[in-house]
Design a protein around this ligand. Structure first.
Ligand code: GLY
Ligand code: MN
Length: 492
């Protein structure tokens, strides 16, 4: 379907001709009059996840505390263009969602300084109902095009926030600005807005929001648990399809299986699904997923369901295509498991981000040395001037997790890589070993083996909680879980 007979809202092709068989509906008064009548009221309940508005209110209070006296403007962004006038689904900017709980395309949050902290207001594009011809001509906001559209008061009630028309945004920002104090912007702002108001849309606000977002509240942790639980089910669903993939459908079939699962049980995938069989397993972000699935090779699955509240899991396991690891595959898996367990032991309050990184790397470097793969000593490899072991592990071995897969990435080095962990943080630990098929430094039997183990971990006051531990870590457990998933329809 195209919007060629709509008055242009997004891109408009060449003007329609005068052929009477192709009338422009908006230009027909009788049609517009007819369309304005005879409609009931659809259910316009806003899509706000239970608990999201209350959590966002708490998040605004934290942001307010950090930016006393400063005006804050945070944009949701808009649905990205796929090609020409077709769009991907809208997914709000993460900072914006954290502060509002609102999945509203084109919305902007303004936080105006007040005596008590800040007064917040949300500006959203006006929906068009039957009393306006844009009801049927506006492909972006017309209810005939986009489905039932809550009005300002519907959103205000659901979000516990004042909600106003986007047309009033400029006046709202002007009224919120304070002389002598910078107005700070974050998220994705409408084109031209920052320049018009002199908003500092650089890193200041985005960096602080990233830092604040590192510590999750109980509602956010519940969302992440839900994401992980659905992801584990998705692993089972994918494993059940491995025989079909091996028989010819390949990696695409498994990618499609997980993506369908993610859409059915959440909003969708939290990042592009990685399905790598054989020589693709060592490719860190193998999102092409267009190869065969081979029975005698390992199969690396890195997958995450994103909830309807936009929190994502990020979990990786590596399986033997046949159901049983070969001795060399198992040897690699065992070393990665050892590294992973060493890393997990270094996640907890007061531990530093670098601690689990170092723990993972020490195991990997020692193991590679024992296998005769390091051209230098373990100490030389682990020194900042060596790092030879990283040839087989060039990526990081963990990151913060939340609304984004690589969460809180705008934060400063001191607050992220250089910081100690505190309860409420959620991290991944994900060591791996990646032997590329064309890496001539390793013996032929290792080439084409890639193994990664990735778990999602909540830092608690008592230590840590591995929320993805429904999936086993050890090779025998992986084999048994794979067999169970393939033989137990109820597992998914
Ligand atoms: N699982 C994707 C990543 O961490 O890069
Ligand atoms: Mn990850």
């Amino acid at each position: 379907m195209t919007s060629t007979d709509a008055t242009a809202v997004r891109s408009m092709p060449a003007p329609l001709g005068t052929d009477p068989r192709l009338p422009r509906l908006a230009n027909i008064p009788a049609f517009a009059e007819y369309m304005s009548q005879g409609w009931g009221t659809p259910d316009r309940t806003p899509r706000v996840v239970a608990g999201a508005a209350a959590a966002a209110g708490e998040h605004r209070a934290r942001a307010s505390e950090a930016f006393r006296g400063q005006t804050l403007v945070i944009g949701a962004g808009t649905a990205p263009v796929r090609s020409n006038d077709t769009y991907y689904d809208f997914r709000p900017d993460s900072d914006f969602y954290w502060l509002t709980g609102a999945p509203i395309d084109g919305a902007v949050l303004v936080m105006a300084p007040s005596a008590a902290g800040h007064d917040s207001a949300l500006y959203i594009p006006a929906p068009f109902y039957a009393d306006n011809p844009e009801f049927f001509t506006n492909a972006a906001q017309g209810e005939m095009w986009v489905g039932s559209a809550p009005d300002f008061s519907d959103w205000a009630e659901a979000l516990a926030l004042p909600v106003k028309p986007l047309a009033e945004l400029d006046a709202g920002i002007t009224a919120a600005m304070r002389p002598g104090s910078a107005t700070l912007g974050a998220g994705i702002l409408p084109a031209g807005l920052a320049a018009r108001h002199g908003i500092d849309a650089g890193a200041v606000l985005g960096r602080e929001l990233s830092t604040l977002r590192m510590v999750k509240d109980p509602w956010e942790i519940a969302q992440l648990r839900e994401a992980v639980d659905h992801t584990v089910e998705g692993f089972a669903a994918v494993l059940a399809e491995v025989p079909t993939a091996i028989s010819g459908r390949g990696e695409r079939w498994l990618q499609g299986t997980f993506d369908r699962h993610a859409r059915a049980y959440g909003n969708g995938v939290g990042y592009a699904t990685i399905v790598g069989s054989g020589k693709h397993a060592p490719t860190l972000h193998w999102v092409r997923c267009d190869g065969p699935v081979l029975e005698d090779q390992v199969l690396l699955l890195d997958m995450g369901v994103e909830t309807n509240s936009f929190y994502t899991a990020d979990v990786t396991r590596t399986f033997p295509g046949s159901g049983t690891f070969s001795p060399i595959q198992r040897q690699v898996h065992d070393l990665v498991e050892k590294s992973h367990r060493a890393g997990l032991a270094q996640v907890g309050p007061g531990k530093y981000f670098a601690d689990f990184h170092q723990a993972c790397m020490e195991v990997i470097a020692n193991g590679l040395h024992d296998w005769g793969l390091l051209p230098v000593s373990v100490d030389e490899a682990l020194s900042p001037k060596g790092q030879h072991h990283r040839r087989y592990l060039v990526c990081g071995v963990g990151h913060h997790l939340g609304l984004d897969c690589h969460d809180c990435a705008q934060s400063s080095y001191e607050s992220y890589q250089g910081a100690a962990m505190v309860p409420g943080m959620v991290l991944t630990v994900e060591p791996g070993l990646y032997f590329h098929e064309h890496d001539l430094t390793v013996p032929p039997e290792l080439r084409g083996i890639g193994v990664r183990l990735e778990d999602d971990i909540v830092v608690t006051s008592a230590g840590s909680d591995v929320i993805s531990d429904a999936l086993p870590l050890d090779a025998a457990g992986i084999e048994a879980w794979m067999k169970w998933a393939q033989q137990t329809p109820g597992s998914r």
